[in-house]
Design a protein around this ligand. Structure first.
Ligand SMILES: Nc1ncnc2c1ncn2[C@@H]1O[C@H](COP(=O)(O)OP(=O)(O)O)[C@@H](O)[C@H]1O
Ligand SMILES: [Mg+2]
Length: 343
């Protein structure tokens, strides 16, 4: 398979995986319809050409062939550097990433870790990723700002190479944010390592059950109040670092034995350089308030957002530039209409 075909192959993989139908993939590919033949032979060529130095790695988690290849490619580095010794199960196959429960024998004080493996198409799926990337220098796989002209041009032109770099930068921001928040004592999983396509972090939950996301948890009012304050404390820590989560809601907060962990940071917004920061921040706070209102904690989201924002000396920008809005999103269209109405 030529490198030109590679993204197409990954798309095939992603489509199959998306349907959570991996165990049937091989069978389907073998079917003799013309449509199925092409990817099947491409896939076979692909596997034949793979370096088989990792083919002896056996994980407890039994993935079908495509997923297995993707796992070995994404987690092989962690395995070879002893960050993980086994992959036990898939915790969640999400929209942008799948998260796996791993056994880690050589990581200090931790036996269970979570490996977040990004989907091949995760970045291309994000139609409005520009909104978040705005004001963010792109990072390479070691977390350093990309300065190379050729790389910058490729990203601008959206070539396959450029998209790969953008994908990497997306992951690097998640890792870097976990690191810097963990360092100041925020409630985030401890990050251990980053590879080309994956992040390894502390796992929340026990062997049988991963921690649920907060949106599925019912709290009594006293605990709801405590957890709400804890969430605000974490938002405060982020603001102190000039960062906004960007996709904060009860869906991206894990709850385990009375503690919480904020997760899912690739879209993190740098508030000083992103003109849409205030609008994104308001949305984060509104979504958080929505959950806590359902748990009996009433708050005016707009006032709360404004108080937090101005307490860091930031000015409230009432207008968001149209280029930072996504016409496909109801809340962005609403904001646009509101802005037009206020002139
Ligand atoms: N450190 C972790 N420990 C336990 N479960 C986790 C951890 N990180 C992620 N998960 C699980 O994986 C899911 C997807 O992770 P997330 O980072 O939110 O990615 P996505 O972009 O797919 O939403 C989460 O909703 C949660 O159920
Ligand atoms: Mg998520």
């Amino acid at each position: 398979m030529s490198s030109k075909d590679f993204p197409e192959f990954l798309d095939e993989f992603d489509d199959d995986d998306q349907q959570s139908n991996l165990t049937q993939t091989d069978r389907r590919l073998r079917r003799s319809s013309m449509q199925a033949k092409r990817p099947a032979s491409k896939a076979n060529d692909f596997f034949r050409n793979q370096d088989d130095s990792r083919s002896n790695i056996q994980f407890t988690y039994k993935a079908a062939r495509f997923e297995e290849w993707w796992l070995l490619d994404s987690l092989g580095d962690f395995y070879e550097h002893n960050w993980i010794s086994d992959v036990m199960s898939r915790i969640k196959g999400g929209k942008e990433a799948s998260v796996y429960l791993c056994q880690s024998d050589a990581v200090d004080g931790t036996r269970l870790t979570a490996a977040k493996v990004y989907r091949p198409r995760s970045l291309r799926n994000l139609k409005n990723d520009g909104q978040y990337r705005n004001g963010r220098a792109d990072l390479d796989e070691s977390g350093r700002v990309i300065l190379d002209d050729r790389a910058l041009r490729a990203m601008q032109k959206r070539t396959a190479f450029g998209d790969e770099l953008r994908h990497q930068s997306w992951i690097a921001y998640e890792y870097q944010t976990l690191q810097s928040l963990y360092a100041v004592g925020a409630d985030v999983p401890k990050p251990f390592a980053m590879a080309k396509n994956a992040i390894l972090m502390d796992y929340l939950g026990n062997r049988q059950n991963p921690a649920p996301t907060l949106n599925t948890v019912s709290l009594d009012v006293d605990e709801a109040k405590m957890i709400f304050d804890r969430v605000l404390h974490n938002i405060d820590l982020m603001l102190a670092q000039d960062r906004i989560h960007g996709d904060l809601s009860a869906y991206n907060i894990l709850y385990w034995e009375g503690n919480i962990a904020l997760i899912d940071f690739p879209q993190v917004v740098l508030l000083r350089s992103n003109p849409a920061a205030w609008a994104i921040f308001q949305r984060d706070i509104a979504r958080i308030c929505q959950y806590f209102i359902s748990q009996g904690i009433e708050h005016n989201a707009r006032n709360l957002a404004a108080d937090l924002w101005t307490s860091y000396g930031h000015k409230i920008r009432t207008d968001v530039h149209p280029r930072d809005l996504d016409a496909d999103k109801a809340e962005d269209r609403f904001l646009w209409e509101k802005q037009k109405g206020s002139h």
